[in-house]
Design a protein around this ligand. Structure first.
Ligand SMILES: Cc1cc2nc3c(=O)[nH]c(=O)nc-3n(C[C@H](O)[C@H](O)[C@H](O)COP(=O)(O)OP(=O)(O)OC[C@H]3O[C@@H](n4cnc5c(N)ncnc54)[C@H](O)[C@@H]3O)c2cc1C
Length: 222
């Protein structure tokens, strides 16, 4: 059931990614990795529903979203850029296919990191980071969301790949089958995949070429 909540806090995580913290709707239930449709309570925008993933944890007393904005295009995310504390948004139905099943390799492209932010926060809370790995694909270093946080959580198990920038110690190009293969070890039971459609299609091809069972893949397209 749709509920109206107020923005508590809004800030930038990167040059184009907003962190929005809002009041938690009463009786809201969700799992780390799940998303919800939201709309902005502003004339002309009430019916424009867009999906965003909770980057807060279910037990938090607030909800949080990490949202990549597209200011070149007058859509919902551009409108979000002018929201401020006290403004209202409507939170609709919770949904989403990604949830944690066990250790593995998380593969994210851009804002596709958001379900993994929630999952890694939950694993950190439960002291269960283990040998999980994250391969995070972005255009440039400036696009990497929560780089310091993932480095602190995962150390060498955090692999960054940049398509539009060459930097020492960062992989360059697009995610390849070789990059995935060289990170597979005994802990790689599941492959979690989230990002824009072209990236998802490419990575799914690599996973299939590596002979990985469909049942080991957990995915959601953004
Ligand atoms: C389950 C799920 C969870 C998601 N969770 C998140 C999340 O947590 N964080 C997040 O950042 N995103 C998330 N997304 C993606 C997010 O929903 C979209 O980025 C968002 O809906 C874009 O809304 P918009 O109104 O700004 O753009 P829309 O009007 O919906 O346009 C969609 C796309 O058009 C493209 N576009 C850019 N410029 C133009 C133009 N001039 N004309 C036309 N199209 C253009 C943009 O690339 C954009 O992705 C999620 C998606 C799904 C399906």
């Amino acid at each position: 059931m749709a509920q109206i909540v107020k923005i508590k806090f809004i800030t930038h995580l990167t040059h184009d990614v907003l962190k929005i913290v809002a009041e938690k709707p009463a009786d809201l239930v969700y799992q780390p990795g799940q998303a919800v449709d939201i709309s902005i309570n502003r004339p002309g925008w009430e019916d424009a529903l867009r999906s965003f993933t909770f980057t807060s944890l279910p037990d938090d007393d607030h909800i949080e979203f990490s949202i990549k904005t597209y200011p070149a295009h007058n859509g919902v995310t551009n409108q979000l850029l002018s929201l401020k504390q006290g403004d209202a948004i409507t939170v609709h139905d919770v949904f989403g296919d990604i949830h944690y099943k066990g250790e593995g390799i998380f593969i994210a492209g851009g804002a596709g990191i958001t379900p993994f932010i929630a999952i890694f926060k939950q694993l950190e809370k439960e002291n269960k980071i283990g040998n999980n790995k994250l391969i995070f694909a972005n255009k440039t270093k400036a696009d990497i969301i929560l780089e310091d946080k993932f480095l602190q959580l995962l150390g060498n198990n955090f692999i960054n790949i940049l398509s539009d920038e060459k930097i020492d110690r960062y992989e360059h190009g697009f995610i390849s089958a070789e990059l995935i293969k060289k990170n597979i070890d005994n802990s790689s039971k599941y492959f979690y995949l989230c990002g824009p459609d072209p990236m998802m299609q490419a990575v799914e091809k690599h996973l299939s070429a590596l002979g990985l069972a469909e049942s080991s893949i957990v995915k959601e397209a953004f």
